[in-house]
Design a protein around this ligand. Structure first.
Ligand code: TRP
Length: 343
């Protein structure tokens, strides 16, 4: 690692394989950050337990999927400044969460809009772990905080719009802790991507495993082709010679993102509006574009499948743990938990 590189930390919950939505909303940007920053990419398995406590097998299997997906999109843990980390393997994070929770009014959790939205979707039976996960996420971020007496550098956190309330809570926790004790943590700052959200193949707002509207980064050619053929288009268009709507049409949203041949996209849009092209042709061309977008990803995945991927996670986690131990010792000291009076 380099002492003067700015730190970036972000995480993902391992609750299934990653899809095109993760790519455009997150991974694409993460790949670029590796050139400039000290990067921590966390697989947040403890956070996954906040919603999947009864289903640990899903998490266990997803950790491998996510690792392969990370490598497949071009994240590179062989670089000295890139660290893959596993949340549960850093027990210091759990301890830090407890300490941070003492300066976090519970009303902050209750009024966090993402918590409100997610708990509505989850319905009854929400756990305490779920209600308090923004505190645990604050610990995920703050363990890489430099000591404010040595550096004022903030921690950059690339995330989607839905995570902004959590980062706001993190910064409120930083102020509350530093005010109550002594300067211990620096603030974090969100880095928002260009396409925070990708519509599902069925036209729903978001790609999501539970909706079955995803194209996964690890899907084979046949599966992708089938998903593209079944895509939702303009529901009011019945015949290929009916004039169609391009705006908000998922097939064209994907063409704009994944088809590098802008002339072809422009021509398809024009013909679609005029009613001189059928859905079949539009989808066939989209399939070609997505398959070629996925080609290098598939090749890197094949290569990664032969590697000792566990080692990447162990090395990154070991390195991160070194930082966590330091941060925790600073935190305990600030809270007088090092018991100078007993020494
Ligand atoms: N909450 C994030 C999500 O659901 C995952 C996450 C866990 C995270 N810890 C983090 C994101 C720390 C940024 C920083 O996508």
């Amino acid at each position: 690692m380099s002492e003067n590189m700015k730190r970036v930390l972000t995480g993902i919950r391992p609750t299934g394989p990653l899809h095109l939505g993760h790519y455009v909303g997150a991974l694409k940007q993460w790949v670029l950050l590796q050139d400039e920053y000290e990067c921590f990419f966390m697989i947040a398995d403890v956070q996954a337990l906040t919603t999947h406590a009864g289903n640990p097998k899903v998490i266990e299997e997803s950790v491998r999927d996510v690792l392969l997906d990370f490598l497949a999109v071009g994240l590179d843990p062989t670089k000295p400044n890139v660290h893959f980390i596993l949340q549960s393997a850093i027990p210091e994070l759990a301890e830090l969460t407890v300490y941070l929770s003492m300066v976090t009014p519970f009303t902050w959790m209750q009024s966090n809009p993402t918590i409100q939205q997610e708990s509505k979707a989850l319905g009854k039976g929400i756990s305490t772990g779920f209600m308090c996960y923004p505190v645990s996420q604050a610990a995920d971020i703050l363990f890489v905080s430099p000591d404010p007496t040595e550096s004022k550098e903030e921690i950059l956190v690339p995330v989607g719009e839905d995570q902004v309330p959590h980062l706001r809570d993190t910064n409120s926790i930083v102020s509350a802790f530093n005010r109550t004790y002594s300067p211990t943590f620096n603030e974090c700052k969100p880095l928002l991507g260009d396409y925070p959200r990708l519509v599902g193949t069925d036209g729903q707002l978001k790609m999501s495993k539970s909706l079955g509207n995803c194209i996964n980064l690890g899907d084979d050619e046949k599966t992708v082709e089938k998903m593209v053929k079944g895509m939702f288009t303009d529901p009011n268009r019945i015949h290929p010679n009916d004039p169609g709507t391009v705006e908000g049409n998922p097939v064209f949203i994907y063409h704009d993102i994944f088809n590098p041949d802008k002339k072809e996209v422009c021509d398809l849009k024009k013909r679609y509006k005029d009613g001189t092209v059928g859905d079949v042709e539009v989808k066939e061309k989209l399939n070609v574009a997505i398959q070629s977008f996925l080609k290098p990803i598939r090749e890197r995945r094949k290569h990664a499948e032969k590697m000792d991927i566990k080692k990447f996670l162990e090395d990154g986690t070991d390195f991160a743990r070194g930082l966590a131990v330091k941060t925790l010792s600073r935190t305990r000291k600030a809270m007088h938990l090092d018991y100078p009076s007993l020494k």
